[in-house]
Design a binder for this molecule. Structure first.
Ligand code: 13P
Ligand code: SF4
Length: 320
């Protein structure tokens, strides 16, 4: 009885056609909706721009909208706010965090960094504003190799927070780097054994993987890249089927871009849905609508942290 009343009240607050209500609010607010590929398909479909972390920060850096609605996780919306202090930046669910960003607490990272005073700090964008403020250059999975290759060979480097991306960049560049031992709970969930078994069942399929995966998985991949790079590769490749080792949200765009091809999500260790990022999936179309209607929850930052975090992001944008 109580549950019925509650669900009635909840749906009564929402318009029947969420898609057109969101479009109306977009015009009213002069808002832009930026979404990551790991969002639910309906959010992907309503976004003005859909991309990987680099593409999303480039869009955030150049938008003329007054309001940025960020359908992604906290560090992504925070990056948009760092680039646009005067704009209202909304995140549909403020609890949408990131296990990788959480694996690098600022106080511990400051102590770690103090042990290597002559090192340049390159941080993956999947980190908090506090970590960005302690970094010299930010990178994403699509430009990490390119950025490290631009650093003089005699300059020692700390790479944080993702050890898997760090190891992959070391392999690709031949550079030694000091790695912070962080990781992503979603990309570390893929099972090498199950991927190999799947490859035996589908010998024609190509394994493609995100560099946040562990080396045991990456060693089987025929192609490694950011989400945008994986999407472009799958579209252009002559192959007809792919085993995809990254968050399963990307399959929606792969299937849309190449409906005649087969995309098989790489299996996680258990029978869980852990190849879906639980943080990304906290955002829903309903929460996105309510965030725009209420102009909340918004991202706020102290000016001290924001201005310190801006410099390494601007360096990244210039070096990309
Ligand atoms: P990219 O967006 O750079 O592909 O990274 C994936 C990711 O894990 C984002 O959280
Ligand atoms: Fe963070 Fe991993 Fe989720 Fe990306 S997929 S937001 S790195 S927890």
């Amino acid at each position: 009885m109580f549950a019925t009343t509650l669900s009635y009240q909840k749906s009564a607050a929402l318009p029947n056609d969420l898609f057109s209500a969101i479009q109306d609010l977009k015009r009213e607010l002069n808002a832009v909706i930026l979404a990551h590929y790991y969002q639910d398909p309906d959010i992907q479909d309503i976004a003005d721009y859909l991309g990987d972390s680099l593409g999303l920060s480039q869009q955030a850096a150049q938008t003329s909208a007054d309001v940025i609605v960020f359908a992604g996780v906290h560090f992504m919306a925070e990056t948009a706010k760092i680039l646009n202090p005067e704009k209202l930046v909304l995140l549909p669910d403020l609890e949408a965090g990131c296990s990788l960003a959480d694996s690098c607490p600022p106080a511990e990272f400051a102590a770690f960094k103090a042990q290597y005073p002559d090192h340049l700090v390159i941080s993956y964008i999947n980190c908090t504003a506090e970590i960005k403020a302690m970094s010299d250059i930010i990178c994403t999975s699509s430009n990490a190799v390119k950025i490290v290759n631009q650093i003089p060979a005699n300059q020692p480097i700390i790479f944080a927070p993702d050890r898997n991306l760090g190891r992959y960049v070391m392999q690709q560049t031949g550079r030694e780097m000091v790695l912070w031992q962080g990781s992503c709970m979603v990309h570390e969930t893929f099972s090498e054994k199950k991927i190999v078994q799947l490859q035996v069942q589908h010998p024609e399929a190509e394994i493609i993987a995100h560099p946040e995966c562990e080396p045991t998985v990456l060693q089987h991949a025929q192609y490694i890249g950011s989400t945008t790079a994986l999407l472009n590769y799958a579209q252009k490749s002559d192959r007809r089927s792919f085993i995809v080792a990254t968050e399963s949200g990307i399959l929606h765009q792969m299937q849309k871009a190449a409906p005649e091809k087969v995309f098989i999500p790489a299996p996680p260790l258990n029978q869980c849905a852990c190849n879906e990022c639980p943080h990304m999936r906290l955002n829903t179309l309903e929460k996105l609508y309510l965030a725009m209607k209420n102009r909340s929850p918004e991202i706020t930052l102290s000016e001290e942290i924001r201005s310190a975090a801006l410099k390494p992001i601007q360096r990244m944008l210039a070096m990309s």
